[in-house]
Design a protein around this ligand. Structure first.
Ligand SMILES: [Zn+2]
Length: 151
């Protein structure tokens, strides 16, 4: 079984199948502070781009670009539900890897970002946030149409 898994893995990574290349590829994709922020914003939850936009206060195009890089490196899984695409980490070890890197750099554990869990954000119109927010649906829909006009 283990052999079979290794075989499949080698085919998928034929161009970069050495220990050094594969480890180096993961480290280089994560070698960007915003991507690390994104990974911790996802944490153990799944989130759509609009949720990440409200959480990280960056433009959607910027967030999408970095999500794409993480996805191409196999670190994200996606799930489509209607017009929303939800992103989630494909492997929780990615969080641990970043925490280890921070420890090697001498960062105290108390400085580590907290785990995000099912936060409801006022400025987000995703189904998760829209269900529990104090902001009315109408107000959010208006905000969205204004945002769409700007694009
Ligand atoms: Zn949301």
């Amino acid at each position: 079984m283990e052999e079979l898994r290794y075989y499949t893995f080698s085919i998928l990574n034929m161009k970069t199948n050495t220990f050094e290349q594969q480890a180096g590829n993961i480290l280089s994709v994560l070698g960007n502070p915003f991507r690390i922020q994104l990974v911790f914003a996802l944490g153990a939850q799944e989130a759509c781009v609009c949720h990440l936009e409200a959480l990280l206060k960056k433009r959607q195009a910027y967030i999408s670009q970095h999500l794409m890089a993480l996805r191409e490196a196999g670190m994200l899984e996606t799930r489509r539900d209607g017009k929303f695409v939800y992103y989630r980490l494909s492997n929780p070890e990615i969080l641990e890897l970043i925490q280890h890197a921070a420890e090697v750099a001498g960062v105290d554990r108390s400085q580590f970002p907290r785990q995000r869990e099912n936060e409801v954000l006022d400025k987000c119109i995703c189904p998760h946030c829209d269900g529990g927010s104090s902001v009315s649906h109408l107000e959010k829909t208006e905000n969205l149409s204004v945002a769409n006009k700007q694009i």
